[in-house]
Design a protein around this ligand. Sequence first.
Ligand SMILES: Nc1ncnc2c1ncn2[C@@H]1O[C@H](COP(=O)(O)OP(=O)(O)OP(=O)(O)O)[C@@H](O)[C@H]1O
Ligand SMILES: [Mg+2]
Length: 264
Amino acid sequence: MTGSSEQASANKCLLEVQGVSKRFGGLRALDGVNCRVSEGRVSAIIGPNGAGKTTLFNCLTGVDRPTGGSIRFLDREIAGMASHRIAAAGIARTWQTIRLFEHMTVLENVLVGCHCRGRCGMLGAALRLPRHYREERRMRRAAMDRLDSLGIVELARLPVGALPFLQQRRVELARALVSEPRLLLLDEPAAGLNARETIELGELILQIRDSGVTVVLVEHDMSLVMEISERVFVLDHGTPIAEGTPREIQNNPQVIAVYLGVEA
Ligand SMILES: Nc1ncnc2c1ncn2[C@@H]1O[C@H](COP(=O)(O)OP(=O)(O)OP(=O)(O)O)[C@@H](O)[C@H]1O
Ligand SMILES: [Mg+2]
């Protein structure tokens, strides 16, 4: 987020965050955050608890309205736009705490994610027009394809609440991906996973990137961050303090100081 590096400009810039701030009363959760996310990469945002990582995702997805600054996605200003419009523009996310409908099946949960791409509308559904059924069939096919690509198509008819944690994470990914986003934001996807599951998740994220979706993850699991990210941004108390490759970040004295809680 700070400075600039030639490496980041090699690919097309998909998302550009400039001077974004967010205040909650007297608290500056974000204070002049800048970052450029290149298309086709995995980038990571790290920082201690309360650094503002989730707030930044909330500003990017219209959950929170930034107090100041600009957010450009595909050369279009999206700061302050409603979340359903941002979703339709091509940004999808998962949440820090799993947000699935436990009593619904895997397929039904994924179909929730199709909503923002629906073309038929409420009236078509209410009148049961033929195109509504065509649309529904198309959505189910898309949802099943996503489940298949994430290796859980055989779970489609099971209630989500009965599944192990990693499988629930996969359902969340399927739900986010079924809207065919250009940019996927993952808020602590490895939380609650063991080491082996975290490696599996990393492979899954790279597979998603290879399918053409740009990924930004917020993550505390440094092994995952260092393994799969090409670019790492560091936030501390809402302020960007470093940006670089995983190796540069690992050796940055200011970052080390923030994580160890000592003066640089
Ligand atoms: N809706 C809100 N109202 C008031 N304060 C908030 C709100 N959301 C976040 N904050 C505050 O903003 C700061 C940044 O919070 P945020 O959740 O973005 O941090 P984070 O980096 O995601 O932390 P963690 O790693 O623990 O998830 C914290 O001090 C938090 O208490
Ligand atoms: Mg958070």
